[in-house]
Design a binder for this molecule. Structure first.
Ligand code: AMP
Ligand code: MG
Length: 343
């Protein structure tokens, strides 16, 4: 298939892409989190192309993206008052809420669940595209399943050129990891199923009671029931095995330096980059947003390097750090080791 590339999201590009979406084709577009692979949420056949193209497991439901709050009624049955408070506060933005779904929404969107995840993205191209299509758009990250999510045009082209109808360039994504996914528990209580740009602190600051699902930071055991099917799947993995090295940063650097060989690379905070002969930047140690912007790009970079082992420095858990740590743990298949045990 010939994939159209739109370097500018002008009116002509948006109306062509809106039309392609209405016709049931797939269009890749930028959001503030990562690039999304979009399809008309109301067209089961179009949605099935997403699963085929990404090779996405059929039990992993999609997020419906809307351009205005009122569009929510095309996918969800209702929204509780406390969740309306959150959408008023954080939409448009990196917040996805799991709601009861409309019965006529195609089953494939929710992978057969009776809920649907909904988000209103904060990106002018995403919003304009959804408006041009005139329908809610399901949009998982625009990578092949298992690979790191794309945060710029080149990543989308790597995975999707020749497989979809069009790609719209929107430069670098400002957040760099996917949205926060929330399960409402009633009475201003929520459970975080996936951490992202709307953090625990931001929710607590406005009086919400926040629980973080244990699967955010721990591997799911075989047979364990999960709140979100996405937690079960292998994610973001570079080709070489990645291990997180825990400990005081000076000691981490010393022990990695002692043990690394010619084909070992390090995912290192900027402040320590020049300590290593082979390292890729993981943003600044004290700025988790810079880490979330750097992470997926770095993971893709390792696949281009002559690399058979990766060590990563350990991000903190607070603020945006929780989202960074969640993605890095998955990329590492939860391999984490104390610096003193590194041999
Ligand atoms: P992605 O489309 O790759 O950003 O992933 C969407 C995430 O949202 C996955 O982790 C899904 O498991 C989760 N998700 C989507 N819909 C639901 C739902 N109805 N209930 C719980 N989690 C959901
Ligand atoms: Mg994804």
């Amino acid at each position: 298939m010939n994939t159209l590339l739109f370097k500018n999201a002008d009116n002509d590009a948006l109306s062509q892409c809106g039309e392609l979406l209405r016709q049931g084709e797939l269009v890749c577009f930028p959001t503030e989190t990562v690039y999304g692979l979009g399809a008309n949420a109301l067209n089961a056949e179009a949605v099935s192309k997403i699963f085929k193209t990404k090779n996405r497991p059929a039990d992993n439901p999609l997020i419906a993206h809307i351009s205005d709050f009122d569009m929510i009624h095309q996918v969800a049955l209702s929204i509780p008052d406390d969740m309306k408070e959150l959408t008023d506060r954080f939409w448009p933005g990196p917040l996805t809420i799991v709601l009861p779904r409309k019965k006529d929404l195609p089953d494939i969107v929710s992978a057969g669940l009776d809920t649907v995840a909904v988000r209103c993205p904060d990106h002018p191209i995403a919003t304009a595209l959804i408006r041009a299509a005139g329908v809610p758009i399901v949009a998982p990250s625009a990578n092949l399943s298992g690979r790191p999510s794309p945060t710029c045009l080149a990543h989308c082209q790597e995975d999707l050129t020749g497989k979809i109808a069009a790609i719209i360039d929107g430069g670098e994504c400002s957040i760099g990891v996917e949205s926060t996914v929330l399960l409402p528990l009633g009475d201003r209580k929520v459970k975080i199923l996936r951490p992202g740009g709307i953090t625990v602190d931001m929710l607590q600051d406005i009086g919400f009671d926040v629980e973080v699902d244990p699967a955010v930071l721990n591997p799911v055991k075989e047979g364990q029931k999960v709140s979100s099917p996405g937690m079960l799947h292998r994610h973001y993995a570079p080709k070489a095995p990645l291990t997180i090295v825990r400990g005081e940063f000076e000691q981490v650097c010393d022990t990695i330096l002692k043990t690394m060989d010619e084909e070992t690379w390090v995912l290192a905070f900027e402040e320590y980059l020049d300590r290593f002969p082979r390292a890729v930047s993981f943003g600044s140690k004290s700025d988790p947003l810079s880490q979330s912007q750097a992470l997926f790009r770095a993971l893709r970079e390792f696949d281009r390097l002559p690399c058979n082992k990766i060590y990563a420095m350990e991000p903190a858990e607070d603020g945006m750090g929780l989202a960074v740590r969640n993605r890095l743990l998955r990329a590492a298949s939860f391999q984490i080791i104390d610096a003193e045990d590194l041999k």
